[in-house]
Design a protein around this ligand. Structure first.
Ligand code: XLS
Ligand code: MG
Length: 341
């Protein structure tokens, strides 16, 4: 039995860098109410998804408001999967958060992350996600790449020390908003984990589109993390090539690539330790408001249909093709299976 999650930002108003919103907003409470209706149990939160306008509020006020949201989730039978500090929108993180050239800004990023940990504890999760959005450069000369890695390690060390229960899930992405980011892939993530004070508490969250933007195959990236027991969450979606980050519905661009992601997850027992199948999908800008949940429903349905495809896949035939080194035969076998014969 898989459990599914998404973040409130996945229900959105259609703004993009070139145009304003095109749909009315759903309120936070309406979004929460939609989860169960759509068959989702887990919520991915940023700190300021839980507590709006977080920057102006005192720590005790923040925790009080988080407590109210927690209560509402309990009533609705929802759980918080992950909590992520939003470190890329503040005027204090323009030059990056943990890797800003300004020590005061680096400090701000660490303090804000510690507060996110406190919010996570109120919300009942130990999973802290770090999408290191602005930890990178527009031009290489702007930052020191060696010092930047040490800054990130130092920040993570402080967070690990701050709370002994939490674990850090780094969500790698190679670019956007930066020209180049410092932690672009799961390999970088795991290498970074090994430099921290408690590598067992640092792992990864893999997003399909981020792998594709790095020119890598998402199922192989997932397989790599699984080999280290470090795949602690996923953000499934899809992406048409090396373009802006699209966050399309899962499987909508490349069915076979989606099949292989489900295959590597299913065959390696993903979910058995409580991991969620997380989505990070955007509905198309053209969609009318009343039809703007379809990307979530469709992504979940496709995941479950592909689980069936994995379970009904003829493994004995696969074994024979591999033994004969007949990969053309194997290719056809896979395509036939996906076409439903
Ligand atoms: C990036 C997401 C981001 C993270 C969590 O892919 O949109 O919000 O998933 O911080
Ligand atoms: Mg994501």
């Amino acid at each position: 039995m898989y459990r599914f999650s998404f973040g409130p930002w996945n229900i959105h108003e259609g703004a993009d860098p070139f145009g304003p919103t095109v749909r009315m907003s759903y309120t936070f409470q309406q979004k929460l109410a939609a989860y169960r209706e759509l068959g989702f149990e887990g919520i991915q939160f940023h700190d300021d998804d839980v507590v709006a306008d977080i920057e102006g509020k005192s720590h005790s006020q923040v925790l009080k408001e988080a407590g109210e949201v927690r209560q509402r989730l309990d009533e609705l039978g929802l759980v918080t999967e992950i909590l992520a500090p939003r470190l890329w929108e503040s005027p204090r993180t323009i030059d990056g958060a943990f890797t800003s050239n300004d020590p005061q800004e680096r400090l701000y990023a660490i303090e804000r992350s510690k507060q996110a940990i406190d919010i996570a504890q109120v919300m009942g999760t130990d999973n802290i996600v770090l999408w290191l959005a602005r930890e990178g450069t527009y031009i290489r000369e702007a930052k020191n790449p060696v010092a930047s890695v040490h800054y990130i390690v130092e920040a993570i060390n402080q967070l690990l020390e701050y709370n002994p229960n939490i674990r850090i899930l780094i969500e790698p992405k190679p670019n956007e908003p930066m020209d180049q980011s410092y932690i672009p892939t799961i390999g970088h993530t795991l290498a970074l984990a090994s430099l921290t004070r408690d590598p067992d508490r640092v792992g990864g969250l893999i997003e399909t589109a981020h792998c594709i933007l790095a020119g890598l195959d998402p199922s192989d990236e997932m397989g790599y993390a699984l080999a280290f027991n470090k795949l602690w969450s996923v953000h499934l979606n899809d992406q048409n090539g090396l373009k802006y980050d699209q966050d399309k519905s899962f499987a909508s661009d490349n069915l076979r690539r989606a099949f292989n992601q489900v295959r590597v997850l299913e065959e390696n027992g993903y979910g058995k330790n409580g991991e969620f199948v997380g989505l990070d999908v955007k509905v198309m800008r053209t969609q009318p408001q009343e039809l703007s949940f379809k990307h979530l429903e469709n992504s979940k349905k496709m995941f479950l249909r592909l689980v069936e495809k994995v379970r009904t896949y003829d493994k004995e035939a696969e074994r024979q093709y591999i033994a004969a080194r007949d990969y053309e035969g194997l290719d056809w076998h896979v395509l036939q299976h996906l076409m439903g014969k």
